[in-house]
Design a protein around this ligand. Structure first.
Ligand code: TYD
Length: 228
């Protein structure tokens, strides 16, 4: 089983760091936008500053969530309805928040999540066409008041993204959602952009640069100015 939960314990500032609540940072974007690489850069940066960090991915991160993830991504389940899909994502989230995210934040850990509730608005709302207001209500129920302090939306030019996804496809690594048509993915991208427009104080949109390090620098700047 792929492990989706990585715990990193950072150094304290000379053992003197007062225990403050941690921050929740989420990464969003269409499949193949380079989130995983950028999360690793940010995680290294935060640890170099002495923070304890925890890296999660959605859906997953708990025993129950990993079981749900297998159901959600299995390409054989072509009969899955959009409503079933929605409830499964929300169920995995409800478990992750209560079992892992909240206790970690309370211990002062900075939690970085590869996807979170915005993905449900973008994929199940804009992509599948389910009622966005209803999804926001379900998100609230699942999250129970735990909202990201900062969300990085990674944007990637369409042709670079298509090339990455084609590679995954050729390697046989495509899952049930990867094989959705381009029109679906366009709608998902529109959804993410709409979220960024609606919540500029939480969501910052960053264009992936040719150099990964340059993108990482832009992300660090945002984290520094907004959270540190
Ligand atoms: P994953 O392999 O983690 O994809 P990626 O590397 O692109 O993040 O698979 C997660 C898939 O689930 C991805 O296609 C996005 C989708 N998804 C939703 O449709 N709704 C959601 O709420 C979440 C969290 C993910």
């Amino acid at each position: 089983m792929t492990l989706s939960l990585y715990g990193f314990s950072g150094k304290n500032f000379g053992g003197k760091r007062v225990l403050e609540k941690g921050k929740l940072i989420t990464f969003e974007g269409i499949d193949g936008s380079g989130k995983t690489t950028q999360i690793r850069y940010l995680d290294d940066y935060l640890r170099s500053l002495g923070f304890s960090t925890l890296y999660l991915r959605e859906p997953g991160g708990t025993r129950i969530g990993e079981g749900i993830r297998r159901l959600l991504l299995d390409s054989r389940f072509t009969e899955m309805t959009s409503e079933t899909e929605l409830f499964l994502f929300e169920a995995a989230r409800a478990q992750l928040i209560r079992e892992i995210v909240r206790p970690a934040l309370d211990r002062g850990v900075w939690v970085i999540s590869d996807r979170f509730h915005d993905s449900t608005v973008a994929y199940q709302g804009y992509g599948r066409g389910l009622d966005v207001r209803l999804i926001r209500d379900l998100n609230q129920l699942a999250m129970g008041g735990t909202v990201p302090d900062l969300t990085i939306l990674l944007e990637l030019p369409q042709d670079t993204r298509s090339a990455r996804l084609d590679e995954r496809h050729e390697d046989g690594r495509s899952d049930r959602l990867d094989v959705e048509p381009d029109a679906f993915k366009q709608r998902v991208c529109q959804g993410f952009r709409a979220i960024a427009r609606e919540e500029p104080s939480r969501v910052v949109s960053i264009r992936s640069q040719e150099e990964k390090e340059e993108t990482a620098r832009l992300i660090r700047e945002q984290v520094r100015s907004r959270l540190l």
